[in-house]
Write a protein that binds this ligand. Structure first.
Ligand code: NAD
Length: 481
């Protein structure tokens, strides 16, 4: 099936428009390096225009009932399901996702929107009562008004959907800015949904972090910015949002440990590493990028993992639906990943498998395993965001927990053991927003929260907890006579 990339305007005030400056930016296919689209490069004036439209839309959207909001979200979920293959093909082309990764995303996204369609009708507050004689007090849980969602390039439409569900369910109007590298599926989605989207309730501006994202962060009428992105970007946004005392929701980087206790099965662990470490070319904030293995089974786990990883096919997903792993997102990202590997080797680390670029076009990096790394090594402490895992041995469960927690990130982690009680003890001590036991990366389900501790950010995506981010609490006190 051919993929449409005809949509090259952004969606403001219910219309597809160019940037007021007329400027555009190129979008590449990372598997070939070819330009596949041009989209508007929004400036501050375009963001201001979208905010003005959002202010207008808010006046009518705020009067809608939870049922109305539910119906919109159910309609948007149907749009995804009805166009699942096209959206998956487009995402595969723009991000370099293998087909087996891309094809799963639409069903997960529509399920997420349906969860929030239900959540729209289940917002709760404390009961109304006479806490002071002669007065009734009640709590209103209200939307914030205009909220912004700023998305990363690794899960372009997926991350927008995570932000859109709770934002619209709670009754807000939203302006979304996709990452500059990957705006195509978000634009195509709003194009497909335009008939059912009330004007100005959901808008998409395409452009760079600065000025487009930055203007959303600084605009006084925007009351929340939700970012999924790098920790450095999150810190900057939190600082800049402080000028307008704006609420900030941050889903940032990760450096997830997979803790493998001495009673785990090496073959099972190797299969989990193959998925957890290399899914989406390792460009996943929850990727199992640090494998911590009991020294008793270290050699077995390493050799099983090398076999599993070397069995993965790497290539352009457009040429073969069976490809196991695609490219990284850009030439810049490829250089960044290779730079980490070079510096690690300079510091006496061993590249057991992989370690270099693959092919003569596109931005591919071979699936890589690195050993002989110290806990304070750059490659252990910092997010590589590519198909690279490190493997470190540990002597005791206590040491494993200390090593796992010994980074500035706190997004996700896992523990592998045949002994549930032992695994639970370790899980309780892990300083991460998610702990999987005998799994890594999956499952994700909209009922459960996703979010980090420490420098991985604050606030939750998914689950009813995310509704907290997108609502505010008002006390209304009524004098009874
Ligand atoms: P990035 O921080 O470079 O960009 C993210 C978004 O922020 C982009 O849309 C960008 O244009 C925008 N931006 C950049 N500077 C800005 C500024 N000053 N003001 C406003 N907006 C600005 O991140 P990326 O490289 O696109 O994505 C990769 C990062 O995202 C990784 O660190 C990864 O761990 C993280 N991530 C986290 C999660 C999570 O759930 N915690 C999920 C996916 C990705």
């Amino acid at each position: 099936m051919s993929v449409s990339v005809a949509q090259q305007k952004m969606f403001v005030d219910g219309e597809f428009v160019d940037a007021l400056s007329g400027e555009t930016m190129e979008v590449l296919n990372p598997a070939t390096g070819e330009v596949i689209a041009e989209v508007p490069r929004a400036g501050e004036e375009d963001v201001d225009r979208a905010v003005a439209a959002a202010e207008k839309a808010w006046e009518t959207w705020r009067e809608k009932t939870p049922k109305d909001r539910m119906e919109l979200l159910l309609g948007l979920a149907d749009v995804i399901d009805e166009n699942a293959e096209e959206l998956a093909r487009l995402e595969s082309r723009n991000v370099g996702k293998p087909w087996w990764v891309a094809v799963d995303e639409p069903g997960v996204m529509s399920d997420n929107l349906r969860f929030f369609a239900g959540a729209a009708r289940n917002l709760e507050g404390k009961s109304a009562a006479e806490y002071v004689e002669g007065y009734t007090s009640m709590i209103r849980r209200e939307p914030l008004g205009i909220v912004a969602g700023i998305a990363p390039w690794n899960y372009p439409l997926f991350m927008v959907i995570w932000k859109m569900g709770p934002a619209l369910a709670a009754g807000n109007v939203q302006i979304v800015k996709p990452a500059e590298q990957t705006p195509l599926t978000v634009l195509r989605f709003v194009e497909l949904a335009q008939e059912i989207l009330p004007k100005g309730v959901l808008q998409v501006v395409t452009g760079d972090g600065v000025p487009a994202g930055d203007r959303l962060v600084r605009h006084p009428s925007v009351r929340l910015v939700s970012l999924t992105g790098d920790t450095a970007t999150g810190k900057l946004i939190a600082k800049n949002a402080a000028d307008t005392v704006k609420r900030v929701h941050l889903e940032l980087g990760g450096k997830a440990p997979m803790v493998v206790l001495d009673d785990a099965d090496p073959a099972t662990v190797a299969e989990a590493i193959k998925v957890g470490g290399y899914f989406n070319s390792g460009q996943d904030c929850t990727a199992s990028s640090r494998i911590l293995v009991s020294e008793r089974i270290y050699d077995d786990v390493l050799s099983a993992s090398v076999t599993a990883v070397e069995g993965m096919s790497v290539g352009d997903p457009a040429t073969d639906d069976e490809i196991g792993m695609g490219p990284v997102i850009s030439a810049e990202q490829q250089e960044r990943v290779l730079g980490f590997l070079e510096r690690a080797q300079d510091a006496k680390a061993t590249v057991v498998t992989g370690g270099g670029a693959v092919g003569d076009r596109g931005f591919f990096v071979a699936p890589t395993i690195v050993t002989d790394v110290a806990q304070d090594a750059e490659i252990v402490q910092n997010e590589v965001f590519g198909p690279v895992v490190t493997m470190q041995p540990f002597a005791s469960d206590e040491e494993a927990v200390a090593m796992a927690n010994g980074v500035r990130y706190g997004l996700a982690s896992s523990v592998f053991s045949e002994n549930v009680g032992r695994a639970m003890k370790v899980a309780a001590r892990l300083d991460f927003g998610t702990v999987w036991v005998n799994e890594h990366l999956f499952p994700l389900t909209p009922e459960m929260p996703h979010g980090g501790f420490k420098e991985s950010g604050y606030g939750k995506d998914m689950s009813l907890y995310s509704m907290e981010e997108y609502t505010r609490i008002k006390h209304v006190c009524v004098k009874l006579s």
